[in-house]
Design a protein around this ligand. Sequence first.
Ligand SMILES: O=C(O)C(=O)C[C@@H](O)[C@H](O)[C@H](O)COP(=O)(O)O
Length: 371
Amino acid sequence: MSHETVAVNLGERSYEVRVGSGLLAQAGAHIAPFLARPRVAVVSDATVAALHLGTLTQALMAEGIEVVSLELPPGEGTKSWPHLTRVTEWLLEQKIERRDIVIALGGGVIGDLVGFAAAILRRGVRFVQIPTSLLAQVDSSVGGKTGINAPQGKNLIGAFHQPTQVLADIDVLGTMQPRDFLSGYGEVVKYGLLGDAVFFDWLEANGPALAAGDKALRQYAVRRSVEMKADIVERDETEQGDRALLNLGHTFCHALEAATGYSDRLLHGEGVAIGCALAFDLSARLGLCSQEDPSRVSAHLAAMGMKARLRDIPGDLPDAQSLLDLMGQDKKVVDGQLRFILAKGIGASFVTADVPADKVLTLLDEALKES
Ligand SMILES: O=C(O)C(=O)C[C@@H](O)[C@H](O)[C@H](O)COP(=O)(O)O
């Protein structure tokens, strides 16, 4: 089966992201060249393990690789200290050495948690990402942001630790629930909005067919998203500047996720999509882009059947000031000053600290009152 390769060029931390059909069933052949001895540890969640761990195990064993595996509970609650402790102590019990490879098989939660465990185990072991959700394939498996959540906010504890390889098998997206798939699509839209207007045009034309299951369109969307992420990460691996562009929509999203208790009320990619719509609304209000741009963003999200406005989040939300206070824990805050990703148009985002708090408050207040 054919696959495409996107290189992430980071000197001695460089690696490839392979995108295509049938990669899971060939994982042994892809991973074997990196192994110092024929043994790997796989960490997954119970839902993903039931669907894909058997295929992965067979693929590894076919190459003579011994497999030990651990299954964790699915859900955002797993990105926490207790499960980090469990993973790291299990890897130590399995005598995983520095030159071994740990495999993260799952969505963003498993990738972030296992990547962080790999970063701190014996001061750093290598790991391979096998992302099984759209969100993980286009975003969280690439770029080396690993970590867990804190009561104070999402992803507040973590490390930069690049994977050794990423295997994004398009076929596994076929087992995703539609809501989870569309949540991942929120991150795909983000790439068009932040830096590639032509890609956003393409998504407007092809998004519905892609969501309906067209594999060639899915492969293109994943590959293009990964290319864009790789390009930004190569320029700024540790988010000193440009990498913050990948946070388009996330300042609002992180506050909304905290306000909804990281629950089923709002999935991460849904929050990113709503956050992107709010960032474009704010940009238009500040006179940075035309009023047509936020309308186009909301129209595309609505056409995809996605949440696009605050009113689409079920249940009550806190008031505008409380949401603004939640944004205060954002990792982009410098000297207590919030930084936003705003846009001069579709595909033309930039990072700025020059956003009056009263404009954000008014925007949120009005959005909360929409019915
Ligand atoms: O990789 C990055 O850099 C990103 O910001 C990508 C985001 O889409 C991703 O959701 C990330 O986990 C959020 O990062 P955070 O630093 O705001 O927690």
